[in-house]
Design a protein around this ligand. Sequence first.
Ligand code: TYM
Length: 330
Amino acid sequence: KPRVLSGIQPTADSFHLGNYLGAVRNWVSLQETHECFYFIPDMHAITVAYDPKVLKQRTFIATAQLLALGVNLDESIIFPQSAVPEHAMLAWILNCQTGFGEASRMTQFKDKSSKQERTSVGLFTYPILQAADILLYQANAVPVGEDQRQHLELTRDLAIRMNNTYKRVFTVPEPHILKETATIKDLGDPERKMSKSNSTKNGLIELRDEPARIRKKIRSAVTDTGSEVTYDPENKPGVSNLLVIYSALADKSLQQLEADYAGKGYGDLKKDLGEVVADFCEPIAKSTQEYLSDQAELQRVLDSGAQRAREVASTTLARVYDRVGFFPPV
Ligand code: TYM
């Protein structure tokens, strides 16, 4: 089976709708055809200011939420990045293969560093650690949202460079980005992506939000001039974003939705979408809570995931260490 790897940061008490529609939904569907490695990049989470008291708890929450959303442990593993030291070890080698200028071109670094009081070197080398995450597992495909595309390109460049320098050591991975939901927009400002760290007041929907809050946020979503419910991302970014969310959650095509709302207005669309999103989130939130109530079980899930991950990661790293001219760890 081809292999899939992806990660989601433990930087909040819940995933948001963008995380789900852009990435995790795809993690779930790829399980049928792929061997899947899913992990919680807690080492990435400390590249910006964070609270050590909640980091582990958020890793448990993310794990519970992945299980609630349909990650199936018969087909996939879930593990915390920090439990697999090979990530940091390979990242060092890749650091030494990455040009300073090349790393300086990462737009997410420019974005994030401009919002930090102090910028760590870890934030700068973040994409190189991400490359290590992917290459350690010889992943064929990496399901992510559009905002990760540039990091995936760097990963591919590094894989090709390493393969040329050290003979074939890595599979060159392909990004797996769903076209329509590649970037879910902020509900209050459809010019920017929905994002935990940079959202308008009602612009972000968390999967653990109360149903009433979800309905309210969708009711207050910014729409566009005109009154027809049509998919037109150029001229109607707000309405189009709502239609994309609707289409993905209700499994209806955009054309079908346009037909359903012919002669109706934005208000009707928002009212119905509020129900659709609330109905989707409520059972997921409940199931997340159930998984969270048994932390010992979540710990077992992460332990056995990390054990399996290390088998694969240490095999790759041993080969790389040998080619590089390093001594194996004792
Ligand atoms: P993170 O934790 O920010 O986001 C997790 C996933 O959600 C996607 N996403 C979105 N998709 C569509 N619309 C949005 N508004 C939206 N917001 C977030 C992200 O693209 C991502 O797929 N650097 C990664 C974590 C990571 C990783 C990896 C991913 C670390 N190592 C190795 C893949 C492979 C990140 O910060 O994702």
